[in-house]
Design a protein around this ligand. Structure first.
Ligand code: BES
Ligand code: ZN
Ligand code: MN
Length: 489
């Protein structure tokens, strides 16, 4: 897709569809003949300007565009960058569903700044993503935009670099989504590692992949116990970004992501219904890999190392059994009471290893528990931490990026949920508070390093399309991770 900022009057933009954001009770005035029609559409209440409202005007008199699309932005004064990303994206997605290939969006005056420009481009690129990578329809290409223009009344300071940041971030998020969307027969741990390696060489990142032998030498008994049940070997993917100049004193960010390329549950097998969705159990790994792509291109001031343990949770003759006791890299022993609680078994070794690699601050993303969707639905991801300062940074980044996170409790009393008669820890807690016991399990390996855990099981995949987003992988956490690294000074 061709992207550009057009500093012209909106009436002069020659595109298939021109999108004009319009608030409640604020009919836009373009100074052309079509203004009367716009006012009429407002007074007839066909279009109110509420968030999500859309109205077409065909062959708008006095405009060079073929069609005009009014896009509601809600109550006056409520429009921020996150809302522009969402409602601009929804309008772009609607336009392209009606065969517009070249689309322009008029940047609202209130967002005539770098954040507004970045969000507008992100919204367009994210909305253009489709999950049809594996369809053979020869007309597939026609579903995508060919050109997106942001129309600005006057030059925006730093506009061109904001456009570039938006492009890099959104394309990286779409890269994450396309990894998540791949089926497990195609994307197994080795393939995920190969995709990460190829991306790393494209953008100039260092990539190292630890194989099964190396993990055995190191003593990652917990990760390997999960991997043993599959004939597809595991991989621990490590991506390193290093800034040119030494960054702020001592900070080294570690990003970790759960990379279970398929989770059938192991011997504690899952029900058949919905099992096909367990290809997205590597969404955390895909998020850190996509974030590293953007980080390599945007070059933040701090060093960042990503670790993505990749395994398949399957059942062969060597699969782990309920009751097995494994020794983790940390030396702690874990009683595997349920083989379907495999995410925490692979992440604990990665968390320990990240600290050995010198990471001072850890943030992980994992489709860890179905219970987080019970607690928060599909709206917020759960945030768990042992360090309020780091949590504050992550929450601030998420807010700026329009990704919703909700902080969950981590009181010491929850430790009571994790008692094993035979090992240091069991890998599951009791029936209630399942997301918290999972997080608390990870905390036992992260402490005392500042650590944030994001449970994205409820938010990494949507079963129904949204106006601004295709059904399927959302790419959640990419923008928050990129913002976290970029804003660290
Ligand atoms: N990958 C699942 C969690 C999950 C569920 C992700 C639904 C996405 C959608 C995870 O490995 C798992 O199976 N967790 C168990 C934990 C239980 C055995 C304590 C769960 O949530 O049921
Ligand atoms: Zn899982
Ligand atoms: Mn599982």
């Amino acid at each position: 897709m061709e992207l550009r900022i057009a500093q012209t009057a909106v009436h002069a933009v020659a595109v298939d569809a021109l999108i004009i954001p319009a608030g409640e009770g604020e009919p836009p005035v373009l100074g052309r003949e079509c203004d009367g029609l716009i006012a009429q559409i407002y007074s007839s209440r066909e279009f109110k300007g509420s968030s999500g409202d859309l109205a077409w005007i065909h062959r708008p008199a006095g405009l060079a565009a073929e069609r005009l699309l009014l896009a509601g932005t809600g109550k006056p004064g409520k429009l921020d960058a996150a809302e522009l990303r969402r409602c601009g994206g929804a309008a772009v997605r609607h336009a392209k569903s009606k065969c517009a290939h070249t689309v322009a969006l008029a940047l609202p005056a209130a967002l005539s700044n770098a954040a507004g420009v970045q969000a507008a481009f992100e919204g367009a690129i994210l909305s253009d993503y489709e999950t049809d990578q594996r369809k053979t329809d020869p007309d597939r290409a026609e579903k995508y935009l060919t050109r997106f223009e942001l129309v600005v009344a006057q030059a925006v300071e730093g506009g061109e670099s904001a456009m570039e940041r938006g492009r890099i971030t959104a394309e990286s998020q779409n890269f994450t989504r396309s990894l998540v969307n791949e089926p497990s027969n195609i994307l197994n741990p080795a393939e995920l590692a190969a995709r990460a390696r190829a991306m790393a060489s494209d953008v100039g990142l260092e990539c190292e992949v630890l194989d099964e032998d190396r993990m055995r030498q190191l003593g990652m008994g917990s990760l390997l116990a999960v991997a043993m049940g599959s004939d597809n070997p595991p991989a621990l993917i490590i991506l390193r970004y290093r800034p040119e100049a030494a960054g702020p004193e001592g900070v080294h960010l570690g990003l970790l992501g759960k990379g279970v390329t398929f989770d059938c549950g192991g011997l504690s097998i899952k029900p058949a219904d919905g099992m096909e969705k367990m290809k997205y159990d590597m969404a955390g790994a895909a998020a850190v890999i996509g974030a590293m792509r953007a980080i390599a291109l945007l070059r933040p001031a701090i060093p960042v190392t990503a670790l993505a343990p990749a395994v398949e949770n399957m059942i062969n003759g060597r699969a782990q059994r309920p009751g097995d006791i494994v020794t983790t890299l940390s030396g702690k022993t874990v009683e595997v009471l349920n083989t379907d609680a495999e995410g925490r078994l692979i992440l604990n070794d990665a968390i320990t290893y990240a600290q050995r690699l010198g990471c001072t601050h850890l943030v992980d993303a994992a489709t860890l528990t179905g219970a987080i969707a019970v607690a928060l639905g599909g709206v917020n991801a759960g945030l768990f931490t042992n360090n309020e300062e780091l949590a504050g940074r992550v929450l601030a980044s998420a807010k700026r990026q329009g990704e919703r996170l909700w902080q969950m409790p981590m009181d010491d009393e929850y430790k009571e949920l994790l008692k094993s008669a035979f090992a240091d820890l069991p890998n599951i807690g009791t029936r209630y508070g399942g997301s918290i016991s999972a997080a608390y399990f990870l905390k036992e390996f992260a402490d005392p390093a500042p650590w944030v855990h994001l449970d994205i099981a409820g938010t990494a995949w949507i079963d129904e399309a949204k106006p601004h987003m295709a059904k399927g992988p959302t790419g959640i956490c990419v923008r928050t991770f990129v913002d976290l690294a970029m804003s660290w000074t």
